[in-house]
Design a protein around this ligand. Structure first.
Ligand SMILES: Cc1cc2nc3c(=O)[nH]c(=O)nc-3n(C[C@H](O)[C@H](O)[C@H](O)COP(=O)(O)OP(=O)(O)OC[C@H]3O[C@@H](n4cnc5c(N)ncnc54)[C@H](O)[C@@H]3O)c2cc1C
Length: 381
C-alpha cells in the first residue's frame, strides 16, 4: 500500500527560499517522479514584503515584477551620486505576487503537495521524520527554512547586526516622483550617529514606497520609524499632502553566524535559516536563485545538496564589513559613499552578486582603505 506520508523531499517553509526551490524542481523533469511536500503553517496570502534586487535581462521574473528602474541615486550628506545601471535593472517584486505565481505553478504538478501545518520537530535517522502539530511525515531529504533556535544576534561566536526598517507606500495628489529613478540609499536624515538611511522606490509618478532603515544592534519602537519617514517625506521629498496606502516593516539578520553547520546528509538548511542572506547587505533574492540552482545541480549529480553553496572569499569580505559596521556604526555613510563613488555600480553589483574578479575586489577594498578597515581586517583574520 502506498505510504501517503512519505515524500522524496519535504520543503519546510513556503517563503522565498522554499518556493524558489520548489519552482526549480517543478520545472525539471528529473523531479517529475519524486513526491514533494511543502509544509508551512501560513497560507501565504498577504503581501508581507517587497523584494528589491538587481539583475540583467533576460529574466524569468519579469511577469511578476512590480516596477523596474534603470537609474538610481545614492545620496549622502556630502554628495549625490547618480548612477546609470545599464545593463542592470533594479527591480521590485511584491511578495504576494510571488506567492500567487508560485502557488499557481506548483499546484499544477501532481507530484507536489501543499500541507498547511506547523512543523514542530525533525528526527533524523535512515529516514527523516517531520512532526507537525497534526501529523508525522517521512522524507528522504528535508529542506528546512526555519532559523536554528541557537541563532542569536547577541551570540559571542559571530558578528551580527540587524537590518530593521519600516516603510510606507504613499499616494500623492500631484506628480511627485521620477518613476525611472530609485533612491537606493539617502543618508541625509539620521538617527544620531548610527547607520540609518531612507530609500525610495517610486512605483509611479504619484506612488512610492518610502522606507527608513537601520543597520544597528538594537531595534527601535515603531513610533521612531514613523517619525523619520514623516520627516523625510516633508523635508526631503517636499510632499505635504499624501495618503498612506500600505505599510511594511521587518528585520533581517546581517550576520556571519555559521548556519551551514546545521546542514547534514539529510537536512539542508535554506533561506535565512541557511545563511543565504548576504551578511553585509541583507539582500537575498538573487542569492536564493543561485543557491537553489546549485542545489538542483548537486542532487542531479548525486552530491550532497549543500555542496559548494558558499564561497569563503566573499564570506571573509562580509565579515570585515560587518566588523566595521558593528564596531564603528557611525561609519556606514562613509563606507557606502566610498563603495558607490569610487567603484562603478556595475562592479559593485558584480561584487555583491559574488561574481567579481579578484582584481575588482582588490580595487573595492582599496577604495575603503582606512584605519577602521585595517583594524577590522586584522581582527577578522
Ligand atoms: C520585510 C522584509 C523585506 C525584505 N526585503 C528584501 C529585499 O528587498 N531584497 C532582498 O533581497 N531581501 C529582502 N529581505 C530579506 C529576505 O529576502 C527575506 O527575508 C526572504 O523572505 C527570506 O526567505 P526565506 O525563505 O528564508 O524566509 P521567509 O520568506 O520568511 O519564509 C520562511 C517560511 O517558513 C515558514 N515557517 C517558519 N517556521 C515554520 C514552522 N515551524 N513550520 C512551518 N513553516 C514554518 C514561515 O511561515 C515562512 O512562510 C527582506 C526581508 C524582510 C523581512
Amino acid at each position: 500500500m502506498a505510504d501517503n506520508n512519505h515524500f522524496d523531499y519535504i520543503i519546510i517553509g513556503n517563503g522565498l527560499a522554499g518556493l524558489q526551490l520548489a519552482l526549480k524542481m517543478a520545472s525539471d523533469v528529473f523531479f517529475d517522479e519524486k513526491r514533494i511536500a511543502l509544509i508551512d503553517n501560513s497560507q501565504k496570502n498577504t503581501n508581507d514584503k517587497t523584494w528589491s534586487f538587481w539583475e540583467t535581462e533576460p529574466s524569468h521574473w519579469n511577469n511578476i515584477t512590480h516596477q523596474s528602474w534603470n537609474k538610481a541615486s545614492i545620496i549622502t550628506s556630502k554628495k549625490q551620486i547618480d548612477l546609470n545601471l545599464n545593463p542592470y535593472h533594479y527591480k521590485s517584486i511584491r511578495s504576494i505576487d510571488f506567492y500567487n505565481y508560485s502557488k499557481k505553478k506548483l499546484s499544477k504538478k501532481i507530484n507536489i503537495e501543499f500541507i498547511i501545518e506547523h512543523v514542530e520537530s525533525l528526527n533524523e535517522d535512515d529516514i527523516i521524520k517531520v512532526s507537525t502539530n497534526k501529523n508525522t511525515y517521512r522524507a528522504n531529504h528535508v529542506f528546512d527554512s526555519r532559523i536554528p533556535e541557537t541563532f542569536s544576534i547577541d551570540s559571542k561566536n559571530s558578528i551580527s547586526i540587524i537590518q530593521h526598517f519600516k516603510g510606507w507606500v504613499i499616494k500623492t495628489d500631484n506628480k511627485a516622483f521620477d518613476k525611472n529613478r530609485v533612491t537606493m540609499m539617502d543618508y541625509r536624515l539620521k538617527d544620531g550617529e548610527q547607520t540609518t538611511f531612507t530609500y525610495v522606490l517610486p512605483f509611479s509618478e504619484t506612488e512610492a514606497l518610502v522606507e527608513f532603515t537601520y543597520f544597528t544592534s538594537q531595534v527601535v519602537n515603531e513610533d521612531t520609524y514613523d517619525a523619520f519617514i514623516k520627516k523625510y517625506i516633508k523635508a526631503y521629498l517636499n510632499i505635504e499632502n499624501y495618503s498612506i496606502i500600505e505599510t511594511e516593516k521587518g528585520q533581517i539578520p546581517m550576520t556571519n553566524f555559521s548556519f551551514e553547520k546545521f546542514n547534514t546528509k539529510k537536512v539542508t538548511k535554506i533561506g535565512t535559516g541557511g545563511g543565504w542572506v548576504k551578511g553585509s547587505t541583507g539582500y537575498s533574492f538573487k542569492h536564493t536563485e543561485k543557491k537553489t540552482t546549485k542545489i538542483i545541480e548537486n542532487i542531479k549529480a548525486n552530491k550532497l545538496p549543500s555542496n559548494g553553496l558558499f564561497n569563503r572569499r566573499y564570506k571573509f569580505y562580509d565579515k570585515v564589513f560587518l566588523k566595521v559596521l558593528k564596531d564603528e556604526n557611525h561609519k556606514g555613510e562613509w563606507l557606502f559613499q566610498q563603495f558607490y563613488d569610487k567603484n562603478s555600480i556595475q562592479t559593485m553589483f558584480r561584487f555583491l552578486d559574488e561574481e567579481s574578479t579578484f582584481l575588482e575586489e582588490l580595487k573595492i577594498m582599496w577604495s575603503l582603505f582606512s584605519w577602521s578597515f585595517i583594524k577590522a581586517f586584522f581582527k577578522t583574520l
